[in-house]
Design a protein around this ligand. Sequence first.
Ligand code: UT7
Length: 330
Amino acid sequence: MNQQPGLVVRSVIAGCGSALPHRIMTNADLSKIVDTSDEWIVERTGISARHIASEGETTRTLAAEAARRALDHAGLDASAVDLIILATATPDQTFPATATLVQADLGITRGAAFDVQAVCSGFVYGLTVADAMIKAGQAACALVIGSETFSRILDWTDRGTCVLFGDGAGAMVLRAETLPDTNASPGLLVSRIRSDGRYHDKLYVDGGPSTTKTVGHLRMEGREVFKHAVVNIASVMEEAMALANVRPGEVDWFVPHQANRRILEGTARKLGIREDRIVMTLDRHGNTSAASIPLAFDAAVKDGRIAKGDLVLFEAMGGGFTWGAVLARY
Ligand code: UT7
């Protein structure tokens, strides 16, 4: 690509939006279904409530709503979009990609739309792919969406997992802009994604089209996942910051995947991050997998905490294992 010296193409975050199902399920509601308590869930996870999709609310409908709000926030018409990447592990159908359903809902007939599957790391993977396509000149305006309805794949008799997850969607609009090549310019600065498939059976779904011909239910060895989470997340965050020559103290906001308060606190301690710099929505959203980062980002932008010009670090770890981090100047 022809560029003026000192200028680069950046994927600038032009807007964000989110959508949550109407129904809220509290820890007290859950204690009527399984042998658990508000005290245990809050102490071990930090979660107090989560939103649960009702009939008619699906990954597609939540994603389309979040996308519309993100486009409104960016002041853009859907016709500007030439790429939709939807991160989800709970698509409406095995195929076609839910991204194409959202594309149709938004009335977009150009460009490309596809899903990425990296479970809880899906949004970081989606941002990374969108950024690479924008930098390669293959897209000029991308919608990156994380949307999940994990309530549909939970085993509601397994107290070790059903108390952790919730449903929801979040979206970001990324626009190509040619800007000076410095950390002060807005846009995605560094993306790093990783996976290690040796751990595929630590967090998985026990069904699928090619094996059981069923959807299956989520299964997790919680303690094993927890053990790897802090180490993997801290290492990829450090790598992303080092690549951009940024120290933890220079990052204005950490917007992590919301899996467990203790994981976030452990990572913060390891890297010397102040806890008041971490955006947490875990208490009211639970773990919404690929949707948790854009849901948290949208909440903190809309309540005025994250402002234009702030340096933001996104990070996630999920089934696979997959993990990754993205450093961006908003
Ligand atoms: O988003 C993708 C990544 N996912 C994660 O990062 C999740 C990582 N893992 C975790 O967050 C934690 O491991 C959990 C929150 C899932 C579990 O916390 P833990 O402190 O690791 O608990 P544990 O699984 O070791 O279980 C401790 C005890 C057990 O009882 P015993 O064997 O000590 O008698 C469990 O049976 O807590 C029991 N328990 C519960 N008790 C009340 C497990 N779930 C519940 C529950 N309510 N919901």
